[in-house]
Design a protein around this ligand. Sequence first.
Ligand SMILES: [Zn+2]
Length: 240
Amino acid sequence: MPWRPDLLALVELAAPSSCAGCGAAGTRWCPDCAVVLSASAPRPWRPTPCPRGFPPTWTGLAYAGQVRAAVVAWKEQDRVELNPVLATVLRGVLAEALAGSPPHTAAVLQHTPVALVPAPSAPSSIRTRGRRPVPELAAAAGRADLLVDALRLTRRVQDQAGLSAQQRAANLQRAVTVRPRVRAALREVPCVVVDDVVTTGATLAECTRALLAAGAGPVVAVTVAATARRPAQARPQRAD
Ligand SMILES: [Zn+2]
């Protein structure tokens, strides 16, 4: 049966297909962007300046170009089909983190619990999006059985975008807590905080503080991507 271009146009209207990374038409995720993500090289990462209490952290990609576009599309534009794409990156990062942290390695080898703990989302963003992308991503990374959705924001926080490093830290100070019903399950359990992107490190530091205050074991963190470090002298007025 011959193609009906008019009907194909209808399909496009119903579900426009453009690559979430580069905008190329006719595909949701193009081969060129797939190559960029497959070049993920999991590595330890620290922000500069590094906030107090920042955990040992591993990441896979620089948050720029197609990677940034893909993460924004996944999170803000409901491109849930990118869950497996980003989860593949996260799985590699998680493997490096578990191997790179002796207490986590020991727990894995001894078959004692390790907890994957998603960074919390603001209640307003959960309402707006109708979903919680980071727990989805952590589950898609293959170990939903390790997932402990433990962290909540205890008060309203400003959107972190546009805040300086110091403002982000102040915005999040003591803003995260561990849900009472999972405290016992996390006691002395090595934890891995999961987030999509690390920028100033304020979120990961606050999540770590909350977990340790609740009696969790050693904490490390994994993210899909990390913001590229910019030369401080080039942007003296903004240290984000
Ligand atoms: Zn693309």
